[in-house]
Design a protein around this ligand. Structure first.
Ligand SMILES: Cc1cc2nc3c(=O)[nH]c(=O)nc-3n(C[C@H](O)[C@H](O)[C@H](O)COP(=O)(O)O)c2cc1C
Length: 509
């Protein structure tokens, strides 16, 4: 087993049939707050700039200085809404539950978005919290204490090791996770869900930005404490996970990830330390460490040599341009609650996987998804029932759009069981499993790799969810699984870990 707290954290948060249901108990009397409230803070209402279903009343440009620019308020408003806005409301007794553009394990929504803005024609410079329920931006500093736009971006740039895209940006999104919202229910394992959930939010951002003529890079290597301080968040409760500087689409060719640095990878935390805090801290980058040049993370997807010579099934996208009208699919998206057990067509799976990994193969899309470290993730496709394909386990090679056979067998019972007996996995047509070699991942990024793996898997998961919605196919994430049994099914060694599972199939009814 390798070094670093990522290994211990992962090990201690595994589910196994013998320990499930022990350990964490839910305090029903004290559920987490879904939103932050900043009393007396300046609020910038973004609702007037969203399209309505009464187009004749919709005049967002009224009174605006900028209606056409890349960051004109109607665009920014839509960007936030389609990334993490409220797209559905459910009532449970007196309580209102706000469903979002992105899915979340247990609908607990640990992810918060912040927006740093400078030199905007229609809103003051500031560091804003995106209040999802109100679709408003709330200045996080009290009146008179807010740093200037220039200061915000110089601090953010410094924290990102001088990243040139951040330095030149006028708008940046920053994603954080409030641990307790998820750990209230999921205990120590919640950090995994916080990361996966945030990955889903980032997936929406990456899909919707080009639709608004914007583009971004994913900055994962930043000094944690410095960004948390800029956002005025409490680091014991909330971790910064990603920085996304936004630019005009025209800048795309010049966008490349900047320098980064290695985390401190603190030794084992003291006995009794909160494991969520400990894993986040172990992956944190401290001020004063030397920056490393850009990792040169290639967006090519390499094939694991272990599967190179296996019999392959070519996945040919049908030619349908899923990027067309894709933002509508985000706004309509819901997780499928039951599958019928029927087969998907091979072409549907090809389209889903191409949209998720290889949008460059689709008309109208040129860029690959902005992931943190795509070469570290591997993908398996478990086939329950897929037209023309024998059931079994396949390794998916995105570079070649091929499914390489690992095992031909009926594995419905195993996949059902290892997803904690959730019928979704039994009745899905295919179950996509993300794994990674944690030794290789931590050798490159220390324990911070744990973040990148889960953020990327959530991001890819969201691309599959949204593409499924666009195609009328059903999808749901699965964050609860018996870790070691996944390895057994896939035939991978214990230094490799299951990161995430996504079910795809025909919705029931
Ligand atoms: C990381 C993650 C893990 C999830 N795990 C499960 C799961 O194990 N079982 C399940 O039925 N749904 C799971 N879901 C789906 C959520 O229950 C769903 O997203 C949430 O209820 C919000 O509903 P919506 O997706 O329809 O907006 C998961 C979602 C995410 C993002």
């Amino acid at each position: 087993m390798g070094m670093g707290y990522a290994f211990s954290y992962h090990e201690r948060t595994k589910y196994s049939p013998s320990t499930l249901g022990q350990g964490h108990s839910i305090d029903w009397e004290h559920p987490p707050e879904q939103f932050k409230e900043y009393r007396g803070a300046p609020v910038f209402d973004m609702r007037p700039y969203l399209p309505t279903n009464q187009p004749e009343d919709y005049t967002p440009e009224r009174g605006l200085n900028d209606t056409e620019g890349p960051f004109a308020l109607p665009r920014l408003s839509m960007l936030l809404f389609a990334t993490n806005g409220v797209t559905g409301v459910a009532y449970s007794g007196q309580q209102q539950l706000y469903f979002r553009a992105a899915p979340s394990a247990g609908a607990l929504y640990p992810t918060d978005l912040y927006l740093a803005v400078r030199d905007h024609a229609d809103m003051p410079d500031g560091t804003y919290y995106y209040h999802v329920r109100d679709h408003s931006l709330v200045e996080v500093y009290p009146k008179g204490l807010a740093p200037s736009g220039e200061e915000i971006f110089s601090r953010l740039t410094e924290a990102c090791f001088g990243d040139a895209v951040v330095a030149g940006a006028k708008v940046a999104l920053i994603a954080t996770a409030v641990y307790f919202r998820s750990s209230w229910r999921y205990g120590e394992r919640a950090y995994r869900r916080c990361l996966l959930d945030t990955g889903h939010v980032l997936g929406n951002l990456d899909i919707v930005a080009p639709k608004l003529n914007l583009c971004t890079t994913a900055v994962g290597g930043f000094m944690d404490h410095e960004v948390a301080e800029l956002l005025a968040i409490v680091p014991e409760k909330e971790g910064v996970l990603a920085v996304f500087p936004l630019r005009e689409q025209a800048d795309f060719p010049s966008l490349a990830p900047g320098p980064t640095a290695r985390p401190s990878d603190a030794t084992e935390p003291e006995a009794g330390a909160d494991p969520i805090r400990a894993i986040h801290t172990a992956g944190a980058i401290r001020r004063g460490v030397a920056a490393q040049p850009p990792a040169g993370e290639s967006m090519d997807y390499a094939v694991n040599p272990k599967y190179e010579f296996a019999a392959g099934i070519k996945l040919k996208p049908t030619g349908l341009d899923l990027t067309d009208q894709i933002e509508g699919a985000i706004l309509r998206r819901r997780s499928t609650r039951a599958f019928s057990g029927e087969a998907l067509k091979l072409g549907e799976l090809a389209d889903l996987l191409a949209f998720a990994y290889r949008p460059d193969l689709m008309l109208g899309a040129d860029a690959l998804p902005r992931l943190m470290a795509p070469s570290l993730l591997e993908t398996f496709v478990v086939v329950n029932k897929l037209e023309g394909v024998p059931p079994g386990v396949y390794y998916f090679a995105p570079g070649f759009m091929e499914m390489l056979s690992v095992k031909q067998a009926e594995v419905r019972r195993e996949i059902f069981h290892l997803c904690l007996g959730q019928e979704l996995a039994r009745d899905a047509s295919v179950v996509v499993i993300h794994t990674s070699d944690l030794e290789i991942a931590t050798a490159r990024f220390g324990s911070r790799a744990y973040r990148y793996l889960h953020l990327d898997a959530g991001h890819i998961g969201e691309r599959m969810n949204v593409a499924a919605m666009r195609l009328g196919v059903g999808a749901s994430g699965i964050g609860g699984f018996f870790d070691d049994e996944v390895n057994e099914l896939l035939g991978i060694p214990s230094k490799e870990l299951c990161v995430y599972i996504t079910c795809l199939g025909r919705p029931a009814g």
